[in-house]
Ligand binder design. Structure first.
Ligand code: B16
Ligand code: MG
Length: 232
């Protein structure tokens, strides 16, 4: 493969975790739905989309607002957050390397062999555990997750930190995201972004694919090069 034409353009790919590298969104969904039910609220489909990508604390605030709980005190909130996370971790125990998104490891290996750096950019404070369960814990040049960030997506902090760790400018990176918080975060940070999933949900993404098999290193290099070329 002759990628030298493109190498000055794309230097790094930053991957979201939940909903991109593994379908843990269903576990977050389930844990929030169970908590919501305990509060007398039934989680709706729009709620499920709205919760994706938000930090745990932001998600609880969203849920309490929807459920009409305006007077919960901090210690009660902290108990709910602990309960939600305990349930989520119980569900995560079932994960194995078979649950890593199909084609993700192939793409990560291809990127590495072409000298393109990789990062994880996740809001989750459980990212290390989830990566280890699906066998991708040693696959990234850097991992930025909810244990390091202070601002939640759609703030671009998580992606900026990843780019900084890698020594790459946002213009030389691509972000792969699955949700309504992550895509705007990538935009706000100045990153080209690829939405992985449902095109009708990921309307704001620069490009949408359904699965990793639609992404190859050569394709990414060409797309990144063409996009920048056509927009200069
Ligand atoms: P935790 P991502 C996000 O991960 C999830 O999409 C979101 O649903 C979750 O609330 C958030 O992590 C925090 O996760 O409770 O494990 O700290 O999509 O940014 O990889
Ligand atoms: Mg996600």
């Amino acid at each position: 493969m002759n990628s030298t034409l493109y190498t000055s353009s794309l230097q790094a790919v930053i991957f979201d975790l939940d909903g991109v590298l593994v379908d843990t969104a269903r576990f977050h969904d389930q844990a929030w739905a169970e908590l919501a039910l305990g509060l007398g609220y039934v989680l709706t489909e729009p709620d499920r989309h709205a919760l994706k990508g938000r930090s745990r604390a932001d998600s609880l605030e969203y849920l309490l607002e929807q459920a009409g709980w305006n007077d919960a005190d901090p210690s009660q909130k902290s108990k709910w957050l602990q309960a939600k996370n305990a349930r989520y971790l119980e569900l995560v125990e079932a994960l194995t390397p078979q649950d890593a998104a199909q084609g993700a490891l192939v793409l990560l290996d291809q990127l590495k062999s072409q000298g393109i750096k990789t990062a994880l950019g996740s809001a989750s404070q459980n990212a290390a555990k989830v990566l280890q369960k699906i066998g991708l814990d040693s696959c990234f040049d850097t991992v930025v997750d909810g244990t390091r960030t202070t601002r939640s997506k759609p703030d671009p902090q998580v992606f900026w930190m990843a780019a900084q760790d890698l020594g790459c400018e946002p213009a030389h990176c691509v972000v792969v995201e699955d949700d309504l918080a992550g895509v705007p975060a990538a935009w706000a940070g100045g990153f080209l972004n690829i939405g992985l999933g449902d095109a009708s949900v990921l309307l704001g993404a620069h490009r949408v694919v359904h699965q990793f098999s639609e992404l190859s290193v050569l394709g990414l290099l060409a797309w990144h090069f063409a996009f920048n070329h056509n927009n200069t």
